[in-house]
Write a protein that binds this ligand. Structure first.
Ligand SMILES: Nc1ncnc2c1ncn2[C@@H]1O[C@H](COP(=O)(O)OP(=O)(O)OP(=O)(O)O)[C@@H](O)[C@H]1O
Length: 232
């Protein structure tokens, strides 16, 4: 489903005149329906990999071949912004610890919108949104509130609900359980298992290794980067 080949991403830090090598020569493959866990020290480049797959970052070299339902085999490193937007809408989901909210949009509307943009009817979007929010135990009194002032855990559960409701083909998880209590973590785990059973391919970063136990099919360990910045 995903084949990452010799991926390299660097950032130019202009004010200190340095180039920072975030990831260097990363290669791995994820088969359809499998879950790859990425582990490694803080700053080793785990999020950079996920953001490169999601099209947020453009790597300097290497390739990310994704087996798309609509486009066939596509190299995400060279994909056009239009293709990336299409894939984000219909095929690839991303969950981070942070929720990006839309002004004057309630929690329920955010989850509904996620489905509406794929072309389903309002009734279907509403029904699915309600059952997903219930599944993640987001208190019903919050559904019609704006999420700006939600707690960290509430935002996170909403963020996960938004991605999961679409049942994406590929789901990228960037520490989605970071600020959750144990009960919520179990809910997330259940959803991941359900998605896996439905054939979703997953790549996830978790600091909580216990959480990954028995969930991942494979684990990719980032090597410690000894020197990752050079003068330019
Ligand atoms: N947009 C950016 N601009 C400049 N440097 C960046 C940017 N994004 C990431 N980096 C740098 O790239 C390196 C890798 O960051 P990344 O967030 O991928 O690491 P990580 O392994 O996910 O870390 P953590 O576990 O702490 O979240 C870090 O040194 C970080 O400072």
């Amino acid at each position: 489903m995903i084949q990452v080949e010799n991926l390299q991403k660097e950032f130019k830090i202009h004010h200190i005149n340095k180039t920072l090598h975030a990831i260097n020569d990363i290669s791995f493959t994820v088969e359809k329906g499998n879950f790859l866990g990425i582990v490694g020290k803080s700053g080793s480049g785990k999020s950079t990999i996920l953001k490169s797959i999601y099209g947020t970052y453009k790597p300097q070299s290497g390739a990310i071949y994704y087996n798309s339902e609509s486009f066939g085999k596509i190299n995400l490193v060279c994909a056009s912004p239009r293709e990336i937007l299409y894939l984000r809408k219909y095929e690839i989901g991303y969950v981070s610890q942070f929720l990006s909210v839309m002004p004057r949009t309630t929690a329920l509307e955010l989850v509904e919108q996620s489905l509406l943009e794929t072309g389903v009817s309002f009734e279907e979007a509403h029904e699915e949104a309600v059952s997903t929010l219930k599944h993640f135990d987001l208190d019903e009194s919050l559904w019609n509130n704006y999420p700006n002032y939600f707690s960290g855990g509430e935002k996170l559960r909403l963020n996960i609900a938004r991605a999961v409701v679409k049942k994406p083909r590929l789901l990228l998880l960037d520490e989605p359980t970071a600020s959750l209590d144990n009960t919520s973590k179990v809910k997330v785990r259940e959803s991941i298992e359900k998605l896996k059973n439905q054939g979703t391919t997953l790549i996830g970063i978790f600091h909580d290794l216990e959480f990954m136990e028995g969930l991942c099919d494979e684990v990719f360990t980032m090597q410690k980067v000894v020197v990752n910045s050079i003068e330019t």
